[in-house]
Design a protein around this ligand. Structure first.
Ligand SMILES: Cc1cc2nc3c(=O)[nH]c(=O)nc-3n(C[C@H](O)[C@H](O)[C@H](O)COP(=O)(O)OP(=O)(O)OC[C@H]3O[C@@H](n4cnc5c(N)ncnc54)[C@H](O)[C@@H]3O)c2cc1C
Length: 400
């Protein structure tokens, strides 16, 4: 006999845990199935803007997380190309902080009831439940589980739930991103800013977290095929990157941040992954009582730093929608759940399409070396989307 559950969430990343917590706050139980044996929080820091903070407020974890990260008050964009340089500074007008991903994941998980997350549970396949509206999940050990409602939060790269929904595989662009933390026991010398530096082939970001902690990321405009990138020791990768950074005359100040980084905090992704905006606009994200949220639905690359916050918004909207249906009249519950998921997908569609479009265009500008005409068209769309004013970051998905 297959085990049977009400709401099952595949994936215990930011979005899966936030969805479980949002449901819990609405008095609805769910089970998170996570393939890792422990909570996973890879990637050092994550920038959370006002829209993300609003959802964390709704989830009841914002106050605790604010204590771990100071406000970022300024954006500084610096472009160094040979002897030419441009520098642009502007204030951050809404709440923006860089969180340690570990603290975010832990804050979400710790609010869940005991037993709400099952670790070491890798789902290998999803099938329609022939007896009802939901789905039957097959685990890596061959056991099966029935879910009345199934929410795929199993990430962008290989989501089994997205596959079940017939969504095309996520696209990838081969570009390495190295991320990490650097500690300054006696205080760092930087302003509370998000520095975005373009120099040679590099894009480098530096975000202050507290007086003593800084997060950085380094990525490149061109694919890198060198063997050092495949080294599993990330100190070796970092040291090679530092050498290339020196060769390309990156400023000494940023080189020191990377050189002094904590080796344990280093994280490398070798590709950007994204779902193109036209798929987000047009594809079906629902089959009966099965849907997706977070990167499985709308992976958007790191170009506007909104993937995580968009997943938090999904969690709030989905839980709010489901809360109207779950526990409804037994005879009509299945239909109501299907309608609630449909309402969630409809509510999210425009917001996610615009975010994905903005991120996609930034990606074209940053990594694809477009022709002047394409560049002009991209800039025009960004102006229409209000990218410079960071309109996307001020979005409010409403109360839970
Ligand atoms: C370089 C980089 C920088 C970024 N910077 C930012 C930023 O500053 N701000 C921001 O908001 N976003 C940022 N993002 C995006 C953000 O990291 C993602 O959007 C977010 O982590 C996605 O969360 P998720 O829960 O949807 O997916 P994931 O974090 O991928 O979690 C998926 C979970 O599902 C589990 N899983 C997968 N398959 C299975 C399976 N078959 N069975 C069971 N479990 C499974 C995985 O183990 C994992 O725990 C960045 C992304 C990158 C790559």
């Amino acid at each position: 006999m297959a085990e049977s559950h009400g709401i099952v969430i595949v994936g215990g990343g930011i979005c899966g845990l936030a969805t479980a917590l949002a449901l819990h706050r609405k008095g609805i139980a769910s089970l998170v199935l996570e393939k890792s044996r422990v909570l996973r929080a890879e990637g050092a820091g994550i920038g959370i803007q006002a829209n993300g903070w609003r959802t964390l407020e709704q989830l009841g974890v914002a106050a605790e997380l604010r204590k771990t990260a100071d406000l970022i008050t300024t954006y500084q964009d610096v472009w160094l190309q040979g002897s030419k340089s441009t520098r642009d500074r502007y204030p951050v007008r809404t709440e923006f902080r860089c969180l340690n991903r570990k603290y975010l994941i832990e804050a979400l998980a710790k609010e869940l009831p005991a037993g709400a997350i099952r670790f070491g549970c890798r789902i290998t396949a999803v099938h329609a439940d022939t007896d009802g509206h939901g789905a039957v999940l097959t685990m890596a050990d061959g056991t099966t589980m029935k879910a009345k409602v199934l929410i795929g939060c199993d990430g962008g790269t290989n989501s089994v739930v997205a596959r079940y929904l017939g969504l095309p595989p996520i696209r990838t662009i081969p570009r390495p991103v190295l991320r990490g933390f650097t500690s300054y026991p006696h205080g760092h010398p930087f302003e509370t800013e998000f520095l975005r530096l373009r120099v040679g082939d590099f894009f480098i970001g530096r975000l202050t977290i507290t007086d003593n902690l800084v997060h950085f990321f380094i990525t490149m405009a061109k694919p890198v095929t060198d063997a050092w990138l495949k080294n599993s020791d990330l100190r070796v990768v970092r040291d090679h990157m530092l050498k290339v950074m020196e060769d390309q005359q990156c400023p000494a100040e940023i080189i020191e941040v990377v050189r002094q980084s904590d080796p344990e905090s280093l994280n490398l992704v070798r590709d950007f992954w994204y779902r193109p905006p036209w798929e987000v606009a047009l594809r079906g994200f629902q089959k009966g009582a099965v849907t997706v949220a977070g990167d499985s639905m709308h992976a958007m690359g790191p170009f506007i730093g909104q993937g995580g916050s968009a997943g938090l918004e999904d969690a709030v909207v989905l839980a709010r929608s489901l809360a109207r249906a779950v526990g409804g009249a037994a005879a009509g519950e299945e239909k109501m759940i299907g309608e609630a998921i449909g309402a969630y997908v409809r509510e999210r569609r425009l917001r996610l399409t615009l975010l994905s479009l903005e991120s996609f265009i930034m990606g074209v500008l940053l990594v694809r070396s477009p022709s002047p005409v394409v560049k002009l068209a991209c800039v025009a769309v960004l102006v229409l989307l209000g990218s410079r004013s960071l309109r996307h970051a001020n979005f409010d998905c409403g109360r839970l």
